[in-house]
Design a protein around this ligand. Structure first.
Ligand code: KIV
Ligand code: NA
Length: 275
């Protein structure tokens, strides 16, 4: 399993880091078998698995429940679990407690949180000192969608770009082990990647990041009906799955299934009771 030092080395040697989300046992197992470097139990869970229209309803309990399932499916892979909405904003004490629970109960290798407010920087520092590796997440931070005014590309003007670069340096100096950059112009993500010592993992942030992350259900087209511009569709669970279910329904309706090969038999017909 990778560790923090391996990730730094991969940045230095320009070996790309691959990260994919997973939310349950089978998705984690498949990602690990395929050889992914890191698994993210993202709070995108709320949208792609639980059917909410944002990540805001996701709770600490949800993250722990799904994080444990992922851990059972991919115990040899570096697992990162997201801290959900408002679980690190009430007070330092509550933030530390929630981070502890998520890290300890899921057995993850790191946790991830969005934004670089003064409080978040303090939290990153305190967690790192306590032995909890933290991955930061800047650019489009979906937990703030209602403040940002939608899911939009971030850092598009001079002020926003300068702020993003500054924040990237801050999370790095406060101890974050990596930085997720979401929906950031390619040129800015490249500049940030060169400016900081920790690996950047991009999603909608161009090819120059040290690694890439995508949502499991997006790359295999499973249960999603619209794919963002930054996703490449590598599979099509939707059409394969629907075809399988339609064929099952037809086979039962037409008494094609179950066949004898799916059935059990008795050796001695005499044991059957009389009707
Ligand atoms: O929740 C999530 O899936 C994420 C990734 C998109 C980075 O945070
Ligand atoms: Na997330």
């Amino acid at each position: 399993m990778l560790n923090r030092i391996d990730l730094l080395k991969m940045k230095e040697t320009k070996e790309k880091i691959t990260m994919l989300t997973a939310y349950d046992y089978p998705s984690a197992k498949l990602a690990e078998q395929a050889g992914i470097d890191m698994i993210l139990v993202g709070d995108s869970l709320g949208m792609v698995v639980l059917g909410y229209n944002s990540t805001i309803q996701v709770t600490v309990e949800d993250m722990i429940h799904h994080g444990k399932a992922v851990q059972r499916g991919a115990s040899n892979t570096f697992i990162v679990v997201d801290m959900p909405f408002m679980s690190y904003h009430i007070s330092m004490e509550e933030s530390m407690k929630n981070a502890q629970r998520i890290f300890q109960e899921t057995g993850a290798q790191a946790i991830k949180l969005e934004g670089a407010s003064k409080e978040n920087l303090d939290l990153i520092k305190r967690l790192s000192e306590a032995g909890v590796p933290v991955i930061a997440h800047l650019g489009l931070t979906p937990q703030s969608v209602n403040v940002l005014g939608g899911y939009k590309v971030q850092g598009k003007d001079a002020d926003a770009a300068a702020k993003l670069l500054y924040e990237a340096k801050e999370v790095s100096t406060h101890g974050a082990i990596a930085l997720v950059l979401e929906c950031v112009p390619k040129e800015l993500a490249e500049l940030i990647t060169e400016a900081i010592n920790i690996p950047t993992i991009g999603i909608g942030a161009g090819a120059h990041c040290d690694g890439q992350v995508l949502v499991y259900h997006d790359i295999v087209n499973y249960g999603v009906d619209r794919l963002p511009k930054f996703v490449n569709k590598y599979g099509d669970f939707n059409s394969h799955g629907q075809q399988a279910i339609e064929t099952y329904i037809r086979d039962v309706k037409e008494s094609i299934f179950p066949g004898d090969k799916h059935s059990f038999f008795i050796k001695d017909k005499n044991i059957l009771p009389e009707n």
